[in-house]
Ligand binder design. Structure first.
Ligand SMILES: [Zn+2]
Ligand SMILES: [Zn+2]
Length: 396
């Protein structure tokens, strides 16, 4: 059968599944579960996939709320994975729209299975929890959860439609300056002021910003600034995020920030402890060849892409770690107005709006068509592999 005919069949299958895709988004949305607590969400998604004869492994890769769903094809390779995220935010529920990511992954996988039947290669849906700060994918990678996966893709709701964007590596540093308490009026000379060291550090970072390469971000707050005005502060805690696009530069930047903290402590005569909190997220290196295939499929669906640079309005995600393991695509798509930005109350509304549903279904089609391309087009896959290896070499 001709490629275009099969792709039309895939899109028709998405249309047939529309009610279930929308309902799955809504049921995950209505029961928001945060970081590694996504038990019901996993049940909702895997029961839908099981009903379509996917083999389910849950828990998966050493993570309780991760899963793998497999549809075996004619051959064992290639293995193409649709990524499903489904964790919510504290207080804000699904204001990052991960419920839509899961619903799209389900819809795309089932549409291929239905339309192509005996598809070549292995079709996977891999459920990755705790993207919002927990680094679910990082744990799963450590436990070989993505071993043998030839390419991975997902589609993330956003305030804009953009196929290829980069993302920052990120590390959370906690700096604790330790001085000596003393009565601030009677014995100021007996104290060592940890707050002074914190302020010097803050100003040192502000000065450093002038020399950053334009592809980095350093931002932070005081989480403990002292205990009372009449006590020379003995303990000051600051939480900082350091981000950069390039991995080598990122590592150098972390060292600079630590040096700045040690310098500030030395100037005041106090101590500083520097601790990394949680996981370091790697930078995201998108797969441009898969991106081009995705764009071509979007074009046949008349989905327009917004004009945004690939480093404009970007954040960080544990998908970065995955992009260092296998060629990965992480397109984003608008679900509401430009002003409906992720992690806002407006975005929350857009995730379950009719307009959002339309965008989700259109992107599910593009996702399914591109997954089909990867399953069948050896040239595309080897191009993606080639660029992936090149990117890996460049970052050392
Ligand atoms: Zn988010
Ligand atoms: Zn997100």
């Amino acid at each position: 059968m001709k490629n275009s005919v099969i792709k039309r069949k895939i899109c028709k299958a998405v249309d047939d599944l529309a009610g279930r895709i929308i309902a799955l988004n809504k049921s995950i949305f209505d029961n928001p579960e945060t970081c590694f607590k996504e038990r019901e969400s996993v049940k909702l998604i895997t029961s839908e996939l099981r009903a379509e004869s996917f083999e389910i492994t849950a828990p998966f890769a050493g993570v309780k709320t991760a899963f793998k769903a497999v549809s075996r094809g004619k051959r064992a390779r290639p293995k193409i994975a649709l990524i499903a995220e489904y964790d919510a935010l504290p207080e804000l529920g699904h204001a990052c729209g991960h419920s839509m990511i899961a619903a799209s992954a389900f819809g795309a996988a089932v549409a291929i299975k239905r339309a192509v039947g005996d598809h070549p290669g292995e079709l996977l849906v891999i459920g990755t929890p705790a993207e919002e700060g927990g680094g679910g994918k990082i744990k799963m990678i450590k436990n070989n959860g993505f071993k043998g996966v030839d390419a991975a893709l997902m589609a993330h709701p956003s305030n804009k439609t953009r196929v290829v964007a980069r993302m920052y590596a990120i590390s959370h540093l906690q700096l604790t300056f330790l001085g000596k308490a003393a009565h601030a009026a009677a014995f100021p000379d007996k104290g060592v002021n940890a707050l002074d060291a914190g302020v010097l550090f803050y100003n040192g970072i502000s000065a450093m910003r002038q020399q950053l390469n334009g592809e980095a971000r350093i931002h932070g707050i005081f989480t403990r600034g002292g205990d009372a005005p009449n006590i020379i502060p003995e303990k000051v805690v600051m939480d900082f995020y350091v981000r950069a696009l390039d991995r080598k530069y990122f590592e150098a930047l972390i060292k600079k920030v630590a040096q700045c903290a040690r310098g500030a402590a030395k100037a005041v005569g106090c101590k500083v402890k520097i601790k990394k909190i949680g996981h370091t997220y790697d930078p995201f290196y998108p797969s441009y060849p898969i991106g081009n295939a995705f764009r071509a499929n979007m074009k046949t669906l008349n989905i327009a892409e917004d004009r945004f640079g690939e480093t404009e309005e970007i954040g960080s995600s544990d998908i970065g770690a995955l992009s260092l393991v296998t060629p990965t695509l992480h397109p984003e798509y608008a679900v509401g107005k430009k002003t409906d930005i992720n992690h806002s109350r407006d975005f929350l509304k857009a995730v379950v709006s009719p307009r959002g549903a339309g965008a989700m279904l259109a992107m599910t089609k593009a996702l399914a068509m591109t997954t089909y391309d990867l399953l069948t087009d050896a040239k595309l896959l080897s191009e993606a592999r080639g660029m992936f290896l090149e990117q890996r070499k460049r970052m050392g």
